[in-house]
Design a protein around this ligand. Structure first.
Ligand code: SF4
Length: 374
C-alpha cells in the first residue's frame, strides 16, 4: 500500500512512462502503480462503473464492495438495471457483497440525520456503506475508496455538506474520491499527492445524464443502464407503508415484515393488526411463503381470489380478534371474483393454533376497503 504521505517520486525524463492519458504525464513509477489499490462502492448502475473505469484507466487496481439492504435487490426487477455481479465481471474486478439487514432496520427507525422526501435516510445509509468500504479498504491495503457519486445528483446525500458529514462520521475525510465530479470538489489525498491525475477526472454536476452518457460512449459501455431513480425508500407509497410499520410495530420489525411491505395491498385494521392481500399469482405464492406461525392465512375456496395474511404485532385480544378476522375475510373477498350480497366460502389457517376453519362470508364494499387502506 502506498501511504498518503509518500512524496511524489522524482523521475528522470527517460524513466517517464507514457500512458494512454492522451498527452498527460503520469507522475507515478510503474512500481507504484502496481501497488495502488482502491475500493469501489459498486451499485451496478452506470455511475459507479464509470468511476471504476476512470480509475482503471489511471492504472489503479480496483476491488468492489456492493451493499444490499432489505430495501434493494441487485436483481429486484424494479427496472433500475442494477446487475452488480454482471458489471463486476465485465469490469474484471473482485466483488465483495455485504448484506445490511437488521442493523439497517435499526438505523432506519431512528436515523441520526433524518429522512429525505420519503423514508430514505440517505446520509445515515451512505455512512453505513462507507463503513463497509472502509473495512474492505483496510483489509486489502487499499489507499482510498471511490464512488459514483455526482455532486447535486441527489438532493439529500450528494451535496458538499452531506458528503462532508458522511466522511467525517466515518473517519474517511480526504479518502473518498468521486471521479465523476472530482474537479468540483476539494482534492482528496491521492490527488494532492499526485497518485491520481486530477486533470483526468470529471466535473459532472446535477441530475442530467449527459456527462455520464458521454463517458459511457468513451468507454464503450453498451446499453448504459438508466438512472436508478432512487431506492424503494424514496417511493412515496412505499414510504407510507414503512412509516406505518414503524408507528405500529410494538418491537423491532422483522425482515419478514419488510419483505411483506414490498408486495400486495396493505390495510391497517387497528394499532396491532394489518392485512396484506395478494394482487396476482406471483404475490399469492410469495404470501404463502412469508406466512408465519402467528399469521392467519385467508384464501377463498369456492371462487378465484387472492391469498391474504392477517398479521398481529402483539398477541391479539381474543374479543377483538373475531371482528378483525371477519373484516379481513370481507376485504379479501372484495378482491375476489365476487358480487355484492352473495356468500362465498373462505378457508382460514393458523399454524400456531393448529386450526383450519371454513367460513361463509360476503364481500365488503369499496368505501369500507378505502377506510383501512395504507
Ligand atoms: S436512495 Fe436509498 S440506497 Fe441510496 S442513499 Fe438514499 S436511502 Fe440509501
Amino acid at each position: 500500500m502506498i501511504p498518503y504521505n509518500m512524496s511524489k517520486p522524482e523521475l528522470k525524463s527517460e524513466e517517464k512512462t507514457k500512458t494512454d492519458y492522451d498527452d498527460h504525464d503520469d507522475p507515478r513509477s510503474d512500481k507504484q502503480k502496481d501497488k495502488i489499490k482502491a475500493v469501489a462502492l459498486l451499485s451496478g448502475g452506470l455511475d459507479s462503473q464509470l468511476a471504476v473505469r476512470m480509475m482503471k484507466e489511471q492504472g489503479i487496481e480496483v476491488e468492489a464492495v456492493a451493499i444490499k439492504t432489505p430495501f434493494c435487490d441487485f436483481d429486484c426487477g424494479k427496472g433500475c438495471g442494477h446487475k452488480v455481479l454482471e458489471v463486476a465481471t465485465e469490469l474484471d474486478i473482485n466483488l465483495k457483497t455485504v448484506y445490511l439487514g437488521k442493523e439497517y432496520l435499526t438505523m432506519l427507525k431512528n436515523p441520526k440525520y433524518g429522512y429525505g422526501s420519503g423514508m430514505n435516510p440517505c446520509i445515515d445509509c451512505r455512512m453505513m456503506m462507507y463503513e463497509e468500504a472502509k473495512k474492505h479498504m483496510e483489509k486489502i491495503g487499499a489507499s482510498f475508496v471511490i464512488t459514483g457519486e455526482v455532486l447535486h445528483q441527489r438532493p439529500m446525500s450528494q451535496n458538499s455538506n452531506a458528503l462532508s458529514i458522511i466522511e467525517k462520521n466515518t473517519d474517511m475525510e480526504g479518502k473518498v474520491l468521486r471521479p465523476l465530479s472530482a474537479k468540483l470538489m476539494t482534492p482528496t489525498k491521492v490527488e494532492s499527492k499526485g497518485i491520481i491525475n486530477r486533470s483526468l477526472l470529471g466535473s459532472i454536476r446535477g441530475r442530467s445524464r449527459r456527462g455520464q452518457l458521454d463517458l459511457a460512449t468513451k468507454y464503450g459501455v453498451m446499453d448504459p443502464p438508466n438512472s436508478a431513480g432512487g431506492c424503494l425508500l424514496t417511493d412515496p407509497q412505499f414510504s407510507k407503508r414503512v412509516r406505518d410499520l414503524f408507528e405500529h410495530e410494538a418491537s423491532e420489525p422483522s425482515l419478514n415484515d419488510v419483505d411483506l411491505l414490498k408486495i400486495g395491498r396493505h390495510f391497517r385494521l387497528d394499532s396491532y393488526s394489518k392485512l396484506v392481500v395478494g394482487r396476482n399469482h406471483a404475490e399469492n405464492e410469495m404470501l404463502l411463503s412469508y406466512c408465519e406461525e402467528m399469521d392467519y392465512l385467508i384464501q377463498p375456496i369456492s371462487i378465484p381470489g387472492p391469498v391474504s395474511i392477517l398479521r398481529f404485532s402483539i398477541k391479539p385480544d381474543m374479543r377483538k380478534h373475531k371482528k378483525l378476522l371477519e373484516r379481513s375475510i370481507k376485504i379479501t373477498l372484495r378482491y375476489s371474483d365476487t358480487v355484492q350480497d352473495c356468500f362465498y366460502e373462505v378457508r382460514i389457517v393458523n399454524k400456531k393454533r393448529n386450526w383450519t376453519k371454513l367460513v361463509s362470508s360476503q364481500r365488503c364494499d369499496n368505501k369500507e376497503v378505502e377506510l383501512f387502506r395504507i
